[in-house]
Design a binder for this molecule. Structure first.
Ligand code: HEM
Length: 357
């Protein structure tokens, strides 16, 4: 009798747990044939195609994709866990552009806000949903990138973010880490977010050389930037030394003072070095930190991550640019072994600018 009662209790528990599992994996088929987690996401699939066509030249990892990611950061970081700053990942930088673009740290952002604005209007999304969806799609166009999450349902922003929330390349590591901490990010998460500089170039640091990349593989989301920022610098790629810039190892490459310092600071050097040639670590930390960044200040969002395109993967190890080797590395983390890497064959390269910058 006791045994029979126990058996039926176990079967009830099993049925209940199977039902819960089914609820977790519930899928909806949209009229377009796409399968997604929530019916509310269905309307996004045609919008993703439209953004790819109208903003990213049919799905490229070019200037607009890079800038869309930078824009997501500059929008979201206008936030404090202590209150009193902006609304976070709310799209305020897109609609209150006249105010936010006047901030020094937002130099060059007007190019991407004016590119995005007409596409944003066509889609009918709120500014925050549009901007953060565009960042996830643009990033997915870069081979090697993680498939970023996308959460849907941000209300329209109420006000611009205040000035002095976006870190500058002339800032000290202490002030950069303090700003990230104020927005809710640890030093580990801050370094993870800087993986973005693997698909980045500068237009405004030295305006004589727009589109100057931060690493030799600006079109792929690899760990090359973590290696190249540690190479000993010897030259300025453009019109001499500029504010926020330090010596670079390669012709055509720009090195930010902030990246240089973070790569060498005792608080962050090992977090930086451990990502070199560790694509999986970089991707998982970047994806987690982005997923936090892109919902700062937001609540009650629907997980529509399955509308984000799946990026191409990369295989193989990264390499030293031609003519460089470990003897050119300024090793700042002595707690971890430095990875052993091969060198690209040939003479030292000159890195071409990003087209369209
Ligand atoms: C310490 C914090 C950071 C500083 C000081 C910094 C600084 C900069 C600067 C000065 C540029 C070049 C702007 C120009 O001259 O056109 C840049 C580009 C860029 N940044 Fe950052 N950044 C930081 C963190 C981030 C984060 C957290 C992200 C994204 C999650 C990000 C994404 C990008 C991207 C994608 C670009 C390239 C944009 C393009 O090529 O058009 N940055 N950053």
């Amino acid at each position: 009798m006791v045994f029979a009662r126990l058996t039926s209790l176990v079967s009830i528990a099993l049925i209940a747990s199977q039902a819960a599992g089914a609820a977790l994996t519930k899928r909806v088929t949209c009229s377009t044939g796409h399968v997604t987690a929530d019916a509310a996401c269905c309307k996004l699939f045609p919008i993703v195609d439209q953004i790819q066509q109208d903003l990213f030249d049919g799905g490229e990892c070019g200037e607009e994709a890079h800038s869309a990611l930078r824009l997501a950061f500059h929008d979201a970081i206008g936030f404090s866990i202590h209150g009193g700053k902006g609304g976070g990942a709310d799209g305020s930088i897109l609609v209150f552009n006249a105010t936010e673009e006047s901030f020094h740290a937002n130099g060059g952002i007007d190019d991407i806000t004016s590119r995005q604005f007409p596409v944003f209007q066509e889609t009918g999304l709120t500014p925050g949903d549009f901007l953060h969806l565009a960042a996830a799609i643009g990033t997915s166009n870069c081979a090697g990138a993680p498939r970023l999450k996308f959460f849907f349902g941000r209300p329209a922003p109420l006000a611009p973010a205040p000035d002095l929330t976006v870190p500058e390349p002339t800032d000290s590591v202490t002030s950069i880490l303090a700003r990230f901490a104020d927005a809710g990010f640890s030093a580990r998460e801050a370094v993870a977010l800087l993986s973005s500089h693997t698909i980045a170039a500068a237009d405004t640091i030295d305006p004589t050389i727009p589109g100057t990349p931060f690493d030799s593989t600006v079109g792929t989301f690899d760990t090359q930037v973590f290696l190249e920022v540690l190479l000993n610098g010897s030259l300025f790629p453009g019109n001499g030394s500029q504010a926020g810039e330090v010596l670079s190892p390669l012709h055509g490459e720009m090195r930010l003072q902030s990246d240089f310092l973070i790569a060498r600071d005792p608080r962050t050097a090992c977090l930086w070095q451990e990502k070199i040639n560790n694509q999986a670590l970089m991707l998982s930390e970047f994806k987690a930190a982005m997923s936090k960044l892109q919902v700062l200040g937001q609540k009650n969002l629907v997980d529509c991550s399955d509308v984000v395109p799946v990026p191409k993967t990369l295989s193989g190890s990264i390499k030293y640019p031609a003519s460089f080797s470990q003897s050119d590395v300024d090793i700042a983390c002595t707690d971890l072994p430095f990875p052993s890497l091969a060198t690209v064959a040939g003479p030292a390269p000159t890195i071409p600018p990003v087209p369209g910058s």
